[in-house]
Design a binder for this molecule. Structure first.
Ligand code: 4AD
Ligand code: MG
Length: 477
């Protein structure tokens, strides 16, 4: 007999014929009531056992975490909390779970504890909800670009170029670390390596996406990216997923419109189609807030926050305007910023970004036209010769959600930039070709997928929105 997903059963009318359902025991009360969950929904299915006619040894095997197959009739529930339940006629323990050893007890566990048990944490309500929403968001991302006529490309994961020029690369090598071949000058001879050159895990699919944009016009990548930056923060991962659209014939203002429209679309999709998991996470945050002092509590609930983003325009302002605001801000004057803002040209830290978003504007903010020297080589130089057509989108509680730019499409300007930074031209010859043959204005951005999942789920640590986080000192599982 085919079994039903619990999410389907819970919405069915009571049926006189038997149904089969399979899942894991969350709780077993009074030798009678099994709360069964199969992950298809947050909700458990109540299965009622006729314990008087069930072997006690079999009853003992219904423990938290055990896998069961249950057969019975779907009836209107007598108890509160669910519309229907299953009157069990027979069941089978598919996999036992030793209640004394099973780490996921039916009680509240700390996120730290659950991170150490990341292979089991998705069996909890919170992580089930987060991971279902993550999956739904990924699907919404593809749907958005598909509806807008974008083509998806799979950019390479192993690459010979450092797209961001930040040097935060993980090497990919097949050489023997104990005795690598050496050049005359004593340095490792990577020409003898697997690919005949030095290679790394990609930090961004952008450069390759640009090649596709200059042929298919509207493209996007959505893949894993890797950064060996040693920042042990609640917002950085060494392995994260990035969404990178790239569009020919689009300038920076079109880029801002696209990013804002895209963010609103995917967030709205969560509000419209995934309210159950969202509401659960919202209640979790409300409970968490109760144990906090008044001033640390959230001004808005999770859904209010998401609606606020969907319904309001993002504030757009230049880096120069932002510096003026920050220079004259209270925390700057009172010297409570860790990095005081004293002059134009300073790189903005997350404390500054959050001040602008959370205190000054109270909306998401798109900052643009940053100083050239703090941004990547490929961004288009403005007429003032000192700023570039860059944009960052800053979100409350998150800081930088998106980084993007209009790309430098002029061959001579790009060449001189590459020379200034001592990047060998031959390394980027293929990239320069895009400017040699049919160059055109084009733009794109990168959205850190986990930061979006954080915002949507209200989770405060990025390690809790990816199945198996990779951070400095940690690559378990
Ligand atoms: O600002 P970034 O470095 O931009 C790029 O990589 C461009 N190539 C994107 C483009 O224009 N196509 O990174 C983009 C986004 C950031 O805004 C942030 O959301 C996320 O990627 N991000 C990280 N997320 C998690 N952990 C990290 N270590 C991250 N570094 C960047
Ligand atoms: Mg950035």
């Amino acid at each position: 007999m085919k079994h039903h997903a619990i999410v389907t059963l819970l919405d069915m009318q009571p049926t006189p014929s038997d149904v089969v359902v399979k899942g894991w025991v969350r709780t077993f009360r009074g030798n009678r009531f099994i709360a069964l969950n199969d992950g298809s929904t947050l909700r458990n299915l109540q299965c009622v056992i006729d314990f008087e006619n069930t072997d006690t040894n079999l009853l003992k095997r219904i423990t938290t975490g055990a896998a069961l197959s249950v057969q019975g009739t779907l009836v209107e529930s007598q108890g509160a909390g669910q519309r229907v339940e299953v009157q069990v006629s027979q069941f089978e323990v598919l996999g036992d779970s030793d209640a004394d050893l099973y780490p996921i007890q039916p009680k509240k566990h700390s996120f730290e504890f659950l991170r150490e048990n990341a292979h089991l944490r998705v069996r909890t309500n919170t992580f089930g909800a987060v991971m279902r929403l993550r999956s739904a968001l990924a699907f919404a991302v593809h749907r958005y670009f598909n509806e807008k006529g974008f083509f998806n490309l799979h950019s390479p994961i192993i690459t010979g170029s450092d797209a961001e020029g930040a040097g935060e690369l993980f090497r990919v090598s097949h050489l023997d670390p104990k005795s690598p071949p050496l050049q005359d000058n004593g340095e490792v001879d990577f020409s003898k390596d697997f690919f005949g050159k030095e290679t790394h895990l990609t930090v961004s699919g952008q450069l390759e996406a640009e090649t596709f944009a200059m042929a298919l016009s509207k493209v996007y990548t959505f893949g894993p990216t890797f950064r060996a930056e040693n920042s042990n923060t609640a917002r950085h991962l060494a392995e994260f997923w990035m969404i990178e659209p790239e569009v020919a014939f689009m300038d920076l203002s079109g880029n801002m419109d696209l990013a804002e429209d895209f963010l609103k679309y995917v967030i709205n999709d969560m509000l419209t189609n995934h309210a159950e998991d969202l509401t659960f996470l919202e209640d979790r945050l409300i409970q968490e807030d109760k144990s906090k002092p008044e001033r640390e509590r959230q001004a808005m609930t999770l859904t209010e926050k998401l609606k606020f983003v969907v319904e309001n325009n993002f504030t757009r302002l230049s880096y120069t305007e932002a510096i003026d605001i920050l220079k004259n801000s209270k925390p700057n004057k009172k010297k409570t910023f860790k990095y005081p803002i004293d002059a134009w040209g300073a790189d903005l830290q997350s404390e500054h970004e959050r001040y602008l978003v959370e205190k000054h504007f109270e909306t998401p903010v798109i900052l643009f036209d940053y100083p050239a020297h703090i941004k990547a080589f490929y961004m288009r130089l403005n007429e003032d010769q000192k700023t570039v057509r860059a944009m960052d989108i800053l979100f409350p509680g998150i800081g930088e959600m998106v980084g993007g730019s209009q790309r430098e499409e002029r061959l001579d300007v790009l060449e001189s930039k590459i020379d200034q930074l001592n990047i060998p031209r031959e390394d980027l010859d293929w990239y320069l070709d895009l400017r040699r043959f049919g160059t055109a204005v084009h733009s794109g951005f990168g959205l850190g997928f986990e930061r979006l999942v954080m915002f949507v789920t209200g989770m405060s640590n990025i390690r809790d929105v990816i199945p198996f986080p990779r951070t400095p000192g940690n690559a378990e599982f």
